[in-house]
Write a protein that binds this ligand. Sequence first.
Ligand code: NAP
Ligand code: MG
Length: 398
Amino acid sequence: MEKIRMNTPLVEMDGDEMARIIWQMVKDELLSPFIELNTEYYDLGIKHRDETNDQVTIDAAEANKKYKVAVKCATITPNAARVKEYDLKQMYKSPNGTIRSILDGTVFRAPILVNGISPVVPSWTKPITIARHAYGDVYKNVELKVSGAGDAYLVFEGADGKEQKLLIQHFNKEGILQGIHNLDASIESFAHSCFTYALDTKQDLWFGAKDTISKTYDGRFREIFDGIFEKDYKEKFETAGITYFYSLIDDVVARVMKSKGGMIWACKNYDGDVMSDMISSAFGSLAMMTSVLVSPHGYFEYEAAHGTVQRHYYRHLAGEETSTNSVATIFAWTGALRKRGELDGNQALCLFASKLEEATLRTIESGKMTKDLALITSLKDVQVLNTRDFILAVRDNL
Ligand code: NAP
Ligand code: MG
């Protein structure tokens, strides 16, 4: 076949360890033979981040702003052990955190469904996407242990000299205290990202918080979501045939359990932390989970939800065979290619993305899969393939 052309580049952010090995295999076997790949390449591998004092991560995020669409490989977030292992000049921050702070976005995580890997909730026939607010609340808290009797106050000293003060509790004996905050601007961009993504994927948006108890704090989240929806999105949702609703978080949990799936569930920071782990394990595996960062300015960054799969990499380095699942990496690429195609009006590219996804799912359904899936599938006569052979089996189907 004649290779599919790309008018505009895609920002490619390479990464680390086994994820980097898979990345190259996917490009060599599943993309380059069919597409005249047009990417602007940034090497976010830990060695190159160290050589550039992490400037490459900032440059990659800036390029994401310029070209709108990026695809990212999993990267090492260094800890003390990694600093020693790679002889790093410093303990760099998480690349995802750096990119997120430049693009100002919300992370959407969705499981990839395939016949033979059943969710533990039988009624879930469509994926459930978690949209997690990634700023503030308990993740940016201050805490105190109080040692005895006394009064605790919530005090705001305005820059204009005005003061607001509320009694939290009169303590008779020892106890604990916590202060948390959020920002209107951050909640607003969270809301815009959720509404934009719902329109983009034509899925209903559900948002749950606890404004009956937390009338001011959670109430503000609800107010901002409702206000932005009425002003900017109501008509667009009607045209797209999708709905938005707010309900109490406990009501949303109950409805999700009884649903068929197929919605976006917007969660405050802590709720999203808990619920995304519940959703990913209930649907099967972290290796079957995609993740996309959507900024309110219309930038998209696609990635796999798993990490660099360090333990498999050490086996790979030792010359042993690995059976690492490349599905989430393949879907990160197809997500980015489809978005590139949509923005450029490049139908051939969109079609290719869908065909590659289909070929990947059909490969698994035909009984050919990596070890992680073989352990949980209900299919009989499964053929467990190594990392490369699975990718080659997908190519055969493609
Ligand atoms: P991980 O790479 O996700 O791997 C944890 C375990 O999950 C693996 O050991 C493996 O289990 C299983 N697994 C994950 N992905 C798999 C796949 N594609 N196929 C088969 N099995 C898979 O998490 P981690 O070991 O905690 O972190 C390793 C490195 O990744 C860290 O340096 C961390 O900073 C980085 N990380 C990066 C990102 C990102 O860039 N988005 C996200 C998370 C972590 P078995 O060993 O039992 O087979
Ligand atoms: Mg968590």
